[in-house]
Each structure stands twice: as C-alpha cells, then as structure tokens.
Design a protein around this ligand. Structure first.
Ligand code: SF4
Length: 322
C-alpha cells in the first residue's frame, strides 16, 4: 500500500462577513469549499487557479496557519485538524512554507545568518558553532556564498532572497513544503533557476511539495500531479501528462489555451473567458463556472458537479462527463 504523507478530506475554510453596529454576521466567504486530495511522500502536487480561487487559503489551512471550518487533514496518518499547543508546534517543524514575496517574508533588520538559524533556535538546543555550521551548509545547498551570512535581505536580488527563504524553510529538515507562489514575484529568467533548485533539493532531502501557482505553465515542470481550483473547489485533478495532453474541464482548457507556445504548429486556439471570477461571498448556484462556460447546459445552473474519476487517476467536476 502506498503511504500518503498528506490527506485532505472535504476541507472547508469560511470567513464570516460582518457589518452594522453590533458586527452581526451577514454572510460568509467560502474561500475553500470542500477540497479533497492526497499527496504521496516525495510527490509534487501543483495547485493552480486565478487569484481568489482559494489555493493559498487551502495551503495555509493545511499547514494549520488558519483553522479549518470543516473537513480533515491527516499528516503522516495522524489527524492534525484540531491539534493545538505543543502538539501543533511539534507537527509544524515537519511542514514549512515558502512565501511568494521573499522580501516581505524576511525580517529586514536581521542578518541572513540569523534569519536562517531562527527556526533551529526555536526548536533545538545547539551551540553557536553548531548553529553557524548548519546555516553555512544551508547557504551552500541553496547556492549562496558563505559571506551572505553577515548581510541583510536588502543586499540581495529577488532570486537570491527567495534562496534565503528556501534555506530557512529547510532548516528543520521538514517533510512537506508548501510553496505559495514561490516564483511569481521573480523575473522569468530567474524563475527557472529557483524551480530547478527546488527540484534538486526535493531529491536530496526527499521533500514533498504542494506547489501553489496562478499559472499552469509554472507548475508544468515541477509537478507530478496538478489540481485546478475554481472558486474554492477543485475543478480537475490529474497527473501532469493527462492534464496537459487531455484537459477535461472547460476551465482547465481555457487556462491551458492562454499559455504562449513558441512552436506555431503546437499552438491551440485561445479560449477567452468572458467575465470575471465571481465573488466567493456570492458564488453562482450549480456549477460555479457556468456563467463563463461556453458548454453550459441547463442542469449546470442547478446541480453542483462533484469531482469524480472519469479515467484512471483523472478526476473532473463537470456535467459533460457522465
Ligand atoms: Fe461548464 Fe457545465 Fe461543466 Fe460547469 S458543469 S464546467 S458549466 S459544462
């Protein structure tokens, strides 16, 4: 039996909308609305969707940086949905996050050496010498020179700052890393360097990645499987080959058609989606994608499609597939 590192079952994260003098609850934003998937040890799952689709909230909730509204999160077979205090603290050392904006996530007043050493100091008793050796080793692993130890974040480029963020996330030798758009803020020329580094480190440290991105082109090279999210739910979940060769959901097809392809023979006609993503505070009934879907049928307005496996390993939530 394949051991799952992470199992997410019907995860929901709702935020109340309050108003008026007494801050009465007026409604709720269903940021994540019933997401389920599992992640094998050593695997990379790309989670993709437009901004506001709930992918980052899902990542933060899985790491228990936000409390889930409903559902279950199993990490290494253990239910971590409701754990608190010391139990949560112990679990957190095995689950780390790499943030989108490497500058905002690094304390500008701290030396890089201290930034990277901070998680180790929080969890382990080490001598100054041991701590410094560990940081030097981490700097080397992420391709930064040793003198970076004594510098401050503003002295580095965006790509180098993301390397510092990655070194910090590796400091406790975690099992799972959630990358929340880790290369979105970087120049295209630097993105592939950081992606290659993350792949090399995955092999060396046997890491499992949940890789969040708003663009299917970014996750193609790093992911084994890909989940496409729309308005808090998974629209499609498949292995990489299946998803890129034969996307089933009309939303995935539109996202893929927007990726620039240099070879004109491989270019597909661009599917331009009409309208914007509706508000998660007031999602459309039935299939949430129906106001923008060119294949919508009457039942799409009434019945919410469930995520179902239509070919081995390929799941889709769409009424086009009986
Ligand atoms: Fe389009 Fe209907 Fe499928 Fe939704 S369920 S994606 S509206 S065809």
């Amino acid at each position: 039996m394949i051991r799952m590192l992470l199992e997410v079952e019907n995860l929901k994260k709702y935020y109340p909308i309050t108003g008026g003098f007494f801050k009465r609850k007026l409604g709720e934003v269903k940021a994540v609305d019933g997401v389920s998937f599992a992640l094998k040890a050593g695997e990379t799952l790309g989670l993709v969707g437009e901004s506001g689709c709930g992918k980052s909230t899902a990542g933060r909730t899985i790491l228990r940086l936000a409390d889930p509204t409903d559902g279950r999160i199993l990490f290494q077979g253990k239910d971590i949905t409701g754990i608190k205090g010391d139990e949560l603290r112990k679990t957190r050392r095995d689950m780390q996050m790499v943030f989108q904006d490497p500058y905002a996530s690094l304390n500008p007043k701290m030396m890089v050496g201290d930034i990277i050493a901070e998680p180790i100091r929080n969890y382990e008793q080490r001598t100054k010498r041991e701590l410094k050796d560990s940081v030097m080793e981490l700097l080397d692993k992420v391709g930064l020179p040793g003198d970076a130890y004594y510098k401050y974040p503003h002295e580095f480029s965006g790509g180098q700052r993301q390397r510092i963020g990655i070194a910090r996330s590796l400091a406790l030798k975690p099992k799972l890393i959630v990358g929340d758009e880790p290369v979105s803020a970087l120049d295209v020329s630097v993105q592939s360097q950081v992606l290659n580094l993350m792949q090399d480190l995955q092999e060396e440290f046997q890491l499992t990645y949940l890789f969040i991105a708003h663009d299917l082109s970014v996750v193609e090279h790093v992911s084994d499987r890909i989940g496409v999210m729309y308005l808090g739910r998974l629209a499609e979940l498949a292995d990489k080959e299946g998803l890129y060769k034969e996307p089933l959901h009309p939303y995935t097809q539109a996202l893929l058609s927007a990726i620039p392809v240099p070879d004109p023979r491989r270019r597909k006609q661009r599917i331009v989606l009409s309208g914007d993503v509706p508000s998660p505070a007031n999602p459309p009934g039935g299939c949430a994608f129906h106001p923008r879907c060119m294949h919508a049928k009457p039942e799409c307005r009434e019945i919410k499609p469930l995520l179902r496996e239509v070919t081995p390993g390929h799941q889709v939530a769409c009424h086009l597939y009986p």
